[in-house]
Ligand binder design. Structure first.
Ligand SMILES: C[S@@+](CC[C@H](N)C(=O)[O-])C[C@H]1O[C@@H](n2cnc3c(N)ncnc32)[C@H](O)[C@@H]1O
Length: 378
């Protein structure tokens, strides 16, 4: 079964078949996805019959988790409410004032010189729908399903490159479409999935599971961007504002919420500075995370575009003194290759690749990954 989610920097959507192949032979029954983001990987674990605990610091990940993992009501129970929300006439409100841009019909360039993320016909709908969700949702889970439906609809008509720190000068083709809410594609089961919110460092101490899956941000190697902008809180500030509907104070050209502004400190996993030991703060955070994890196995995702280098990660993992493997994934070629520890671990720049580290914390033994249909193992 397919997973669903918004456009998201670092989403592991394309890696899901490889992740399931790595995990399949471990025969795990419970997993903690400690940086769950869109929850696409968590959804895939759930769809494979595994009980999932999803954790993330962001509001939107909690909402997605409650919708895709925890909700027990069938889709038909939402049909009437979603139809009603779609039927509401648009009205000008706070979202239109700050995020709605106009067209002049003849040109695709935004008219008042300010770049906006949505066209005004869609922010008017957003203004009408968002208030109504609070009135019609019968409980928090229902509210999360309706909010997910609204966020997915807005994501389909945005005028952005996939994040919310700057918007396109010319309207994207999809922004002309009228946003339409649909029921999210969740699967209902009766396993005791859970969603928790907070730092992964706390989550690993609380959760005893068979597998912990980690997909931390790692920081961006893009030196031109101020660190405060390449943070998830900045990237997706609008999803938080829509969820909280708190009309926050706004800063900067993209109208970010002030708590996602340049002066606010971010997550330890998004800290690009070097600490006193000379290591990147994010690398030290990963070290602490791995050491404190109480799972039988750890699966760690790493993309070569981040600040932490493969060599640094390798060092941390080796210091745990556990059996481990690392696979290099080229999803465009559909190839997963197990690497040996003797490879050159430092030179990953210019070679964008995804890696999966599998760590056997307590000596259970690591079976060979199961290749999915059509995949080549090198
Ligand atoms: C690379 S993304 C995860 C993407 C996810 N695997 C997916 O496929 O959608 C990293 C996530 O880490 C979250 N994050 C940042 N700092 C965190 C922390 N200290 N604890 C938990 N989550 C954190 C961000 O909100 C972001 O969703």
């Amino acid at each position: 079964m397919k997973t669903e989610g918004v456009k998201y920097a670092g989403s592991k959507n394309k890696l899901i078949p490889f992740i399931l192949d790595a995990v399949g032979p471990l025969k795990i029954r419970t997993v903690l996805d400690a940086f769950s983001g869109t929850t696409r990987v968590a959804q895939a674990f759930k769809n494979s019959g595994i009980t999932v605990i999803a954790n993330d610091v962001s509001e939107w990940s909690r909402v997605f988790g409650e919708c895709y993992l925890v909700n027990r009501k069938p889709k038909k129970d939402y049909a009437e409410k979603i139809e009603y929300l779609n039927s509401l006439p648009g009205k000008r409100g706070w979202f239109t004032k700050h995020y709605g841009g106009k067209t002049n019909g003849a040109s695709s360039v935004q008219t008042d010189g300010k770049k906006r993320i949505w066209q005004v016909h869609n922010t008017r709908k957003l203004d009408a729908i968002r208030k109504e969700i609070d009135k019609i949702a019968e409980d928090n889970i229902e509210k999360s399903v309706l909010l997910t439906s609204l966020i997915l609809a807005l994501d389909r008509v945005d005028s952005s490159l996939g994040h919310q720190v700057s918007y396109l000068r010319e309207w994207s083709a999809r922004s002309y479409k009228t946003m339409i809410l649909k029921c999210p594609e969740f699967k209902v089961d009766h396993l005791p999935h859970r969603v928790i919110s907070g730092s992964a460092l706390n989550a690993v101490k609380k959760c005893e599971v068979d597998l912990a899956y980690f997909d931390p941000p790692y920081g961006s190697a893009n030196e031109k961007m101020p660190p405060s902008r390449v943070r998830y809180a900045s990237y997706y500030h609008l999803w938080k504002t829509i969820i909280l509907n708190d009309e926050p104070e706004l800063v900067g050209a993209a109208n970010r919420r002030s708590d996602a502004g340049d002066r606010e400190s971010g997550s330890i996993f998004e800290d690009f500075r070097r600490g006193e030991s000379g290591k990147y703060v994010v690398v030290e955070a990963i070290e602490k995370l791995l050491t404190n994890t109480r799972a039988k196995f750890i699966l760690l995702s790493y993309s070569s575009g981040g600040r932490a280098t493969l060599g640094e990660l390798n060092e941390i993992i080796r210091s745990l003194n556990c059996e481990s493997t690392v696979s290099k994934i080229d999803y465009r070629q559909n190839v997963m290759a197990q690497m040996s520890w003797t490879n050159d671990w430092t030179s990953t720049r210019g070679d964008y690749k995804e890696y999966l580290f599998l760590i056997d914390r307590f000596g259970q033994g690591i079976p060979q990954p199961r290749p999915h249909f059509g995949m080549r193992t090198a």
